[in-house]
Design a protein around this ligand. Structure first.
Ligand SMILES: Nc1ncnc2c1ncn2[C@@H]1O[C@H](COP(=O)(O)OP(=O)(O)OP(=O)(O)O)[C@@H](O)[C@H]1O
Ligand SMILES: CC(C)(CO)[C@@H](O)C(=O)[O-]
Ligand code: BAL
Length: 299
C-alpha cells in the first residue's frame, strides 16, 4: 500500500517498466477508484480491470468533499486492512490509500469543478454538492495515476466505475471529455445479491427486515424491464405504486431517462408500447440508508 503521490509515481513507473505489454507493445494501466469497505461489486470492477490491463492501481479514499451529511461521512464503513488483503488476493499491483492531507493539503480546494445542471438532478438534488465533490476527487485521482508522458513505456490509461452509480458515471465521462483527460472511462455492470439487492457498502446498515423490504426496488425495475422486453406499455406510475406497499421504503424517484444525458424521457401516454432505449433510475430511503439502483431498457 502506498500513501503519498511520490511513492505512487515510483510504484507505477516500476510496475510499467517491469510489465510485458501484451497489446502491440503498448502497456495498459488501469485505475479502480473506491471508498473502501470492499464487497463483490468492487471485486467485479477489480477483476475486469485486472483482466484488461498490465498494471492495476486501486485507490481507497473516503472523500469528505462529496458527503453533504457529516453523520454519513463519520459512519461510512472503513475496513482498510481487510480491503488491502482482498486487493492483494485479487491481483491489484498497487493500492493507493492517501490521507486527506495528501489529497487536500490546503483543506477544501479553492478551484472547484462544477457538475452543471446534471449535477443538480436526482442524486444531486438529494445530496447538495455531492457531485462537485465527487468530480473534484476523481479529477485528482486520474492525475495521480496518469502515466507520465516522459516514461519510456507508451501507455494506454483506463479507469473503471460501476454502473450502479449511473449519474456519477455520466458526469465522469462528461468531465473527461470536457477537460480532455487522456483516459478511457470503462463501466462495469451492477452486481446484486442473490435476491436482487444492488450491493453497496452502506447495505450493512440495513436490518434484515429493511433489507427484505428493499427488494421492492429490484422487483419494480425487473417488472418494467420485462414489459420493455415485450414492447408493452411500461405503466411506470402503476409500478411505482409497488413502493407504497412497503412502509419501510420511502421512494424518492423512479424515472425513465436517456442513458447518455439522463434527460427525462416523456412517457406520459400510458398506452404507448415501449420501443427504443432508456435507463430507469431509482432512489429510495430505507431507514437512514439511501439506496440507488437502475436498469437499462431496450438493450
Ligand atoms: N453493486 C455494485 N456493482 C457494480 N459496481 C459497484 C457496485 N457497488 C459499487 N460499485 C462501484 O464501485 C466503485 C466504488 O464505489 P464505492 O466505494 O462508493 O462503493 P459503494 O458500495 O457504491 O458504496 P456506497 O454506495 O455506500 O457509497 C464505484 O465505481 C461504484 O459504482
Ligand atoms: C468514484 C469515487 C471513488 C470518488 O470518491 C466514489 O464516488 C465512489 O466510490 O463511487
Ligand atoms: N458510491 C457513490 C459514492 C457516495 O455515495 O458518496
Amino acid at each position: 500500500m502506498v500513501r503519498s503521490a511520490a511513492e505512487l509515481s515510483t510504484a507505477i513507473q516500476r510496475a510499467l517498466e517491469a510489465s510485458e505489454p501484451r497489446a502491440g507493445g503498448r502497456a495498459t494501466l488501469g485505475l479502480v477508484p473506491t471508498m473502501g469497505a470492499l464487497h463483490s461489486g468492487h471485486a467485479s470492477l477489480v477483476s475486469t480491470a485486472r483482466a484488461q490491463n498490465d498494471v492495476l492501481v486501486v485507490s481507497i479514499f473516503v472523500n469528505e468533499l462529496q458527503f453533504n451529511d457529516q453523520t454519513d461521512f463519520n459512519r461510512y464503513p472503513r475496513t482498510l486492512d481487510a480491503d488491502v488483503e482482498l486487493l492483494a488476493r485479487a491481483g491489484a499491483d498497487i493500492v493507493f490509500a492517501p490521507e486527506a492531507t495528501e489529497v487536500y493539503p490546503d483543506g477544501r480546494p479553492l478551484i472547484k469543478i462544477n457538475s452543471g445542471d446534471l449535477g443538480l438532478k436526482f442524486e444531486g438534488a438529494a445530496r447538495p454538492g455531492h457531485f462537485d465533490g465527487m468530480l473534484a476527487v476523481v479529477a485528482k485521482l486520474l492525475h495521480y495515476v496518469m502515466p507520465p508522458a516522459a516514461l519510456g513505456v507508451p501507455t494506454a490509461y483506463r479507469a473503471y466505475f460501476g454502473q450502479k452509480d449511473a449519474q456519477q458515471l455520466v458526469l465522469i465521462k462528461r468531465m473527461v471529455a470536457d477537460l480532455n483527460y487522456p483516459v478511457e472511462i470503462c463501466s462495469v455492470p451492477i452486481i446484486r445479491s442473490a435476491e436482487g439487492l444492488a450491493l453497496s457498502s452502506r447495505n450493512q446498515f440495513l436490518t434484515a427486515e429493511q433489507a427484505q423490504a428493499a427488494l421492492v426496488i429490484h422487483r419494480a425495475l425487473s417488472l418494467v424491464r420485462e414489459r420493455a422486453d415485450r414492447h408493452e406499455p411500461l405503466y411506470l406510475e402503476d409500478v411505482a405504486g409497488l413502493f407504497a406497499m412497503e412502509p419501510l421504503v420511502e421512494l424518492d424517484y423512479f424515472e425513465l431517462v436517456d442513458p447518455r444525458t439522463l434527460q427525462e424521457l416523456a412517457f406520459n401516454c400510458q398506452d404507448t408500447p415501449f420501443t427504443g432505449q432508456g435507463l430507469l433510475l431509482v432512489a429510495a430511503k430505507v431507514g437512514e440508508v439511501r439506496l440507488i439502483d437502475n436498469m437499462t431498457l431496450g438493450y
